[in-house]
Design a protein around this ligand. Sequence first.
Ligand code: FES
Ligand SMILES: [Fe+2]
Length: 407
Amino acid sequence: MSSPVLSSDPPDDLARACIAGAARDPDADFSLPGWIYTDPEFFEVERDRVIRPSWQIVCHQNDVASPGDYRTIDYGGESVIVVRGDDGVVRAFANVCRHRAMRLVEGPAGCARKLVCPYHAWTYETDGRLTGVPMRGDYPALKLEQSGLAPVAIEVWRGFVFVRLEDGGFPSVAQMMAPYEAEVAPYRFEDMQRMGDLRVRPRAVNWKNVGDNYSDNLHIPVAHDGLTRIFGKSYGIAAQDWVDRMSGELVDRPSDNFWERFYQAHLPHLPHLPEQAQRRWLYYKLWPNMAFDIYADQIDFMQWLPVSATTCVLREMTYALPDAFTPPGKQREMKLLRYANWRINRVVNQEDTWLIERVQQGMASKTYGAGPIGRSEVCLRSFAVKIRTIIPEARQTHAPAPGWSKT
Ligand code: FES
Ligand SMILES: [Fe+2]
């Protein structure tokens, strides 16, 4: 048997259908129905049609700077390892031994000169080749050169490493972000370094609830007092085909909250950023479940990985440019500023967690079908039309009889 490749040719023009659907969706004025946030069968269908064929962020290429450095990500029924080879190339593989399917590596990160299986010690090079098999002559069917690790599709966009389990016809990260390349470029993502460890936080909600809330604009003035104090009325949203853009401009009027006021007062002018970016908080949500929070002082990526129909995990990392990009003498201030940023956004996260857990509970109510959706809610509309195009049963306000996906 040759080594299976987890990616294949694009099967159809699903991506175009998603875009075209936005113009003529008969359900455009309704949200997605509650049952698809709790239904185990829908969960399996969207795992196969939405999550496995979509790009997922794993890390930054600077997180795997040396040969043998690796990072892993577990989702969609797979564990994937991203590893830098001895030749300097970053590749992705299924974290599965070709002998008896043992997990090759454990944990989110590490470094290995060779990948040695802990079960029977088969040994793989960092480029995936199988080169060591104890009692090699004992396996009549073994062909070493065809038993390398199963490759997984990889994309590097502005220094960030993404993987994809299958090709479902969705655009690349670069294609999704194309409308905003000029806006992103000055931030110099490629030069960034990780600040702190990977954060993985379980949430008792369907993954779609995290994304819906992330690009929901109407709740900002209602539920986020801090953001309202620092943005005033400047918060705005826009939906491109595969990326939502949210942004707020820091107001000059000092907040009555200490850390917000500190941040307002101490954000230095950063020479690498254009004027309009100096005091802007910018957010991109990429199809279907990941986002970049972009501040002048640092950026975060966040993804919400499905675990079950009613649970997911948030997976996050923070990155910033090296000190050389901070104006001379301002390095210590920048450290405090990043701490202030964390304090402000920790409150925002708590507020959002409170909201989405309660929405999740409401979605489970038999009284809830689908809600009306406002014209201004362009991001929620954009996501809903894609889900309805990819899984037409999402047009039904209540769950079909079990087995609907098998017929
Ligand atoms: S399962 Fe990996 S060496 Fe046997
Ligand atoms: Fe929020």
